[in-house]
Design a protein around this ligand. Structure first.
Ligand code: CP3
Length: 344
């Protein structure tokens, strides 16, 4: 059985031993070869929009570690960028955009959308041709709510107060913004699938910060509509969503959105994760700082996940992106431990 099949089997709800394994942000600054290519490319966006560089950094962690899945190298914010919002990345500050007003929403311009993103589609096509047959290729986008948080504030914030306030003060404008993002994000994922992505993942990094009613309106509804559109054209392609910090709402989130696989952050208790496996595959959920610490913190964290979830449909992953200070030897130790799991 090939690994590519293995991940697709897990997403159908069938356990595989050892579980398929990849890491969120697996191409990134903890790798010296990434830092070298990043330097050559100049800016972060040059890396995202140049297929030569984007293919190279996507393949780096596959060559080094032989992960079962490869995630397209890009960023969630290329979607607002392709709709005419400005975007830059500053060292140490993360993404910067011009904050958006309610009036700006009607000026979002998708007339150049797919042309702007053509380098991303080219990257996906080349990756599918260059990756080992057995490696699953994951395409992705940001969830509309998480994109909206960056578009409205213009930068990352600890509590997303600007976007939450915007939603309360201008509910109709927020609804229009999310509708535009749903429409283009669905098209974007469909194009990635048509270019060769085997699976797509929707990152909703700021799902956990909303109250009950806004969680439903701003997270669940838009993602459900994207899943519906993707599955209307490509019913067999699994969709994984990562509604970070959704807590007790993970279960209804899966039921209401119709996602195939559920990405779990590291705060999700393993007993809850096991219950979630009854509804389909889960992906996660090692605390990325266990990978920084190494030693017992790492082996116990990996062991606990395998013990609790290894018998069910599991894609082993971190509970959020790997951090730049994670030592490569610790990544190797984690991989050895996961790969030695033979089921029980
Ligand atoms: O997982 C992967 O390896 C694929 C590539 C990928 C990146 N960003 C590359 C990246 C993916 C899937 C993302 C998603 C993304 N981008 C999210 C959702 C997931 C999450 O982490 O919550 C978000 C919120 C963003 C927006 C974003 N991009 C932020 C907040 C930052 C700055 C934080 C940081 O680590 O510097 C980025 C920059 C970014 N995106 C980097 C990488 C490798 C680091 C930039 C660099 O190399 O200088």
């Amino acid at each position: 059985m090939t690994a590519r099949r293995a991940m697709l089997d897990v997403l159908k709800g069938e356990p595989v031993f050892p579980p398929p394994l990849w890491m969120m942000r697996q191409a990134g600054r903890y790798l010296p070869e990434y830092r070298a290519t990043r330097k050559k490319a100049g800016s972060f966006l040059d890396l995202c929009y140049n297929p030569d560089f984007a293919v190279e950094v996507t393949l780096q962690p596959i060559r080094r570690f032989g992960f079962d899945a490869s995630i397209l190298f890009s960023d969630i914010l290329v979607v607002p960028h392709a709709l005419g919002r400005d975007l830059r990345f500053e060292e140490g500050r993360g993404p910067l955009m011009t904050p958006m007003s309610a009036a700006d929403i009607d000026r979002l311009d998708g007339s150049n959308f797919h042309q702007h993103l053509a380098p991303v589609y080219a990257t996906v096509r080349r990756l599918r041709a260059e990756l080992p047959q057995e490696t699953t290729l994951i395409g992705f986008c940001g969830a509309p709510w998480t994109l909206a948080t960056y578009m409205i504030a213009g930068h990352g914030t600890p509590d997303q107060a600007p976007a939450r306030l915007f939603a309360f003060r201008h509910p109709e404008a927020m609804e229009r913004l999310l509708a535009v993002l749903v429409d283009y994000s669905a098209q974007y994922l469909i194009r990635q699938i048509e270019a060769g992505a085997d699976v797509v993942q929707i990152f909703d990094s700021w799902a956990g910060i909303l109250d009950e009613a806004t969680f439903e309106a701003l997270c669940v509804k838009p993602v459900a509509e994207i899943v519906r559109r993707v599955h209307a054209t490509h019913p067999g392609v699994p969709v994984i969503a990562f509604p970070r910090a959704a807590g007790s709402r993970y279960s209804t989130y899966r039921a209401k959105t119709g996602v195939t696989g559920l990405g779990l952050d590291w705060t999700v208790p393993l007993a809850q994760a096991r219950e979630l496996q009854a509804g389909g595959a889960v992906q996660g959920n090692l605390d990325p700082l266990r990978l920084v610490a190494g030693g017992r913190a790492l082996s116990e964290g990996v062991g606990a996940i395998l013990d609790a979830l290894g018998a069910g449909p599991l894609i082993f992953n971190l509970g959020h992106g790997i951090t730049p200070d994670a030592p490569i030897e610790h990544v190797e130790a984690m991989i050895r431990q996961v790969r030695s799991y033979t089921g029980r």
